[in-house]
Ligand binder design. Sequence first.
Ligand code: ATP
Ligand code: MG
Length: 283
Amino acid sequence: MLRIAIQKSGRLSDDSLNLIRECGISFINSSLKLKTESTNFPLEILFLRDDDIPGYVADGVADIGIVGQNVLVEEGMQDLTVEALGFSKCRLSLAVPKGDSYSSVEDLNGKNIATSYPNLLQAYLSERGVQANIHTISGSVEIAPSIGLADAICDIVSSGSTLISNGLREVEQVFKSQAVLIANKELSEEKREILEKLLFRINAVQRAQRAKYILLNAPNDKIAEISKLLPGVKSPTVLPLLEEGWSSLHSVVNEDDFWEIIEKLKASGAQGILVVPIEKMII
Ligand code: ATP
Ligand code: MG
């Protein structure tokens, strides 16, 4: 049985649980329980505070875990990383009161900066030759300037609305983060095999999230042209329509590319284009 540590309640929790479910792993989740076991995969889930996850995985209390890179790198444990997961994207940024003048990071020399990420901030400032006084606080960092605790802050930002509502202006991006899967370095052979199975499923889910199944009708003399636009996994499927001279073409397309090629498809005579989600994709 492999043990995974995920955040009990917070910004990583829902996406972490969804990823496990999308991998076809079922479990009963009670918000009161600190651990649960899957009913159809050799996985036990521990629910922890995100800050504790890297340490527990490094110590082997949990075998693997899901945590933000910001926490992982702050704790100096980035070497546990197995794979980036693409959710909980955010950035660690420096912000100053919006009325303060600011032209470059050198303006922070000698200033007091409040943050929950002293190591990431220190590394950033040292690289730029800036010396500031870092005040480590564990929460509500954004109110530090307004209560006179600091001249600037360094905190997690996603939309920026928290900064704005506290009269702050984002001035530098210190670190970019997303959720990552981490693993203990000394997993037994059995556990490593379960992890491989899990990674295989995670990759299938992630590939499917970007891919779309596309179906369209095309005149037979345009199939070669359209196939070049839609190479798919191997090559498109072409099926005859009942109507003479027409075919239905099926393929897979990356969502990011879809909007680029849609005009070209129409110009090539494609009609009745359907784009549908894919749940899993194994290539
Ligand atoms: P815990 O109680 O588990 O210690 P926390 O309050 O430290 O929780 P959260 O605010 O739930 O942590 O954030 C968890 C992680 O989610 C962060 O470390 C970061 O990687 C990511 N994150 C934080 N804020 C955002 C955001 N606004 N958008 C997306 N991801 C975010
Ligand atoms: Mg935390």
